[in-house]
Design a protein. Structure first.
Length: 327
């Protein structure tokens, strides 16, 4: 079965399930530093040099590269960006308000001006400020109210690069796509030579660009659960950046070779943007909680926030977009 066959046979929903699992992995991974303090080694970090959450974010970017490239190729530029804005910002805006509510409930003493400035900077992704005065002050990871938001700037930037490449016709030529991935992989080997923000973006865009390549090869790229398992095993043994494409192919192959999955709601984004403040609140209320119970409790308590985000904010926005498009 090729990747194109997998999509034609209704397995695209499997990727929604994968994103949901990855969002859960991020919450689990963050339980260690939130319970024990910054710098605490997270799951998988001893074995692979990257935490469970770090691998999950790379896979998020890989899936974005695969799916966003398809969207960019079939939509005009304005329609593409309208879709991206409606997918990201309504849910984010409400999540930031609820993050502020949890922060104030857990000791924050920020003025209204500080809170408004924090919300505006975070919502525009210009320069996300993670700290609010006295929020979660007694926690092992004090002050930081919503750490995972850092990735949203880089995701939107990757969208921009992708749309520009599609508009220029670069992605229609396989050799240019391969050159792009190669350059991104090489650059990720020497992050110390780049500015801090660019050094963060390059490895993420490397994963994103692998997704772009996979989309380009969708008609011929074959999927197999056994090949997927072998690729994941190879990813454990290979050094960076070679481990990244192996893991991306392996996880994708196993996911799409499974029986078709259809979720009634897409909770992955809600889990991602609410997981950290919910976990911080749990630690504030249960100061001595260990990482494993924190991970489990955070997952359970974040689900209602994610359900509210999807049914109350994200889905109505997307549905309204489709209705307007039909009219």
């Amino acid at each position: 079965m090729t990747l194109a066959d997998a999509f034609r046979t209704g397995r695209s929903g499997n990727l929604d399930a994968l994103r949901l699992a990855l969002a859960g992995c991020v919450i689990v991974s963050h339980a260690w530093p939130l319970a024990l303090g910054p710098g605490t080694t997270e799951p998988l970090e001893h074995l692979t040099g990257r935490s469970l959450g770090g691998w999950a974010v790379l896979l998020f970017f890989f899936l974005s590269g695969l799916l966003i490239t398809a969207s960019a190729e079939r939509r005009p530029t304005i329609a593409f960006w309208r879709s991206r804005v409606r997918r990201i910002f309504p849910g984010l805006g409400v999540a930031l308000i609820l993050t502020l509510c949890l922060a104030y409930a857990c000791g924050a003493t920020a003025t209204q001006a500080e809170a408004a400035r924090w919300w505006l900077r975070a919502f525009t992704l210009v320069s996300i400020e993670y700290r609010i005065t006295d929020a979660f002050a007694t926690n092992p990871y004090p002050g930081v109210v919503n750490g995972p938001l850092w990735s949203l700037f880089h995701e939107v930037l990757a969208y921009g690069v992708c749309m520009a490449l599609v508009s220029l016709g670069v992605l229609r030529r396989g050799v240019w796509v391969l050159n792009l991935v190669t350059l991104a992989g090489i650059a990720s080997l020497w992050p110390g030579t780049l500015s801090p923000r660019f050094a963060t973006f390059v490895p993420l865009f490397f994963a994103f660009s692998i997704g772009m390549v996979v989309h380009h090869l969708r008609q011929s790229l074959r999927l197999s659960p056994w090949a997927g398992i072998a690729a994941i095993c190879a990813a454990v043994l290979l050094p960076a950046p070679f481990s990244v494409p192996a893991l991306c192919y392996g996880v994708m192959s196993i996911t799409l070779c499974a029986r078709p999955i259809r979720l009634s709601a897409d909770l992955s984004y809600g889990l991602y943007i609410y997981g950290w403040p919910v976990a911080q609140t749990v630690v504030y209320l249960l100061p001595s909680i260990a990482p494993v119970p924190l991970a489990a409790l955070s997952l359970v308590l974040t689900i209602p926030f994610a359900v509210f985000s999807w049914h109350g904010v994200e889905h109505p926005t997307l549905t309204r977009r489709k209705t307007v498009a039909v009219q």
